[in-house]
Design a protein around this ligand. Structure first.
Ligand SMILES: Cc1cc2nc3c(=O)[nH]c(=O)nc-3n(C[C@H](O)[C@H](O)[C@H](O)COP(=O)(O)O)c2cc1C
Length: 177
């Protein structure tokens, strides 16, 4: 079997970050990687709202959305973001069944690009969606997806290996068994 990309095997979701900023130039590179993701009808339904730690007002507004357990460690990240998906298809005018999927695709690109630059990403479902909509002025047409903490990881963080399912357990040849 061929070996898989190093950035995929190296990636993990850190709970501890160095006190080093992710620059705006590097953030632009990450968002450029996100922008190139495939999407249904090329609708590119993803949106990202971000705050950096050096803008206190924006940072606190974003941090406030997280559940306390996530706030505890995410407050040390360099950038906090929220991914947001456009609910309705521009092409069909109906709900877009792929909007979350495609937003995840964009995030996947961002995540791999980030790992290649030494920047690590920790996604979070533990946040208050209603608060996100209110605090960040998200229009009705859009739905919050995941909160994302970005930064340079503290490599001294003690980590257990995260268990993974075997390929056989989630892959079916021909039809579902
Ligand atoms: C959509 C999503 C939501 C998540 N929510 C949280 C969360 O609220 N808090 C947290 O500490 N980790 C959260 N995680 C991180 C996962 O727990 C983590 O990705 C998983 O355990 C695998 O570990 P790894 O990313 O280090 O390989 C989330 C990850 C994803 C993709």
């Amino acid at each position: 079997m061929k070996s898989i990309l190093e950035h995929i095997t190296q990636r993990y979701s850190p709970y501890s970050f160095q006190d080093k900023k992710v620059t705006m130039e590097d953030l632009s590179t990450l968002l450029d990687a996100a922008r190139r993701a495939p999407s249904s009808y090329n609708e590119q339904p993803w949106r990202f709202i971000y705050a950096t730690r050096d803008n206190e007002e924006e940072w606190n507004r974003m941090l406030d959305i997280l559940v306390p357990q996530n706030q505890e460690w995410a407050k040390k990240a360099s950038i906090l973001m929220l991914s947001v998906a456009k609910k309705t298809s521009i092409v069909t005018g109906k709900p877009n069944p792929y909007s979350f999927h495609d937003t995840g695709m964009a995030l996947g690109n961002l995540l791999n690009q980030a790992t290649s630059m030494g920047i690590y990403v920790h996604q979070m479902g533990g946040y208050d969606r209603s608060k996100a909509i209110e605090n960040l002025n998200i229009p009705d047409e859009y739905q919050p997806v995941a909160m994302i903490a970005l930064g340079y990881p503290d490599k001294s963080e003690k980590r257990e290996e995260t268990p993974r399912n075997s390929v056989e357990s989630f892959t079916f040849k021909g039809s579902w068994k």
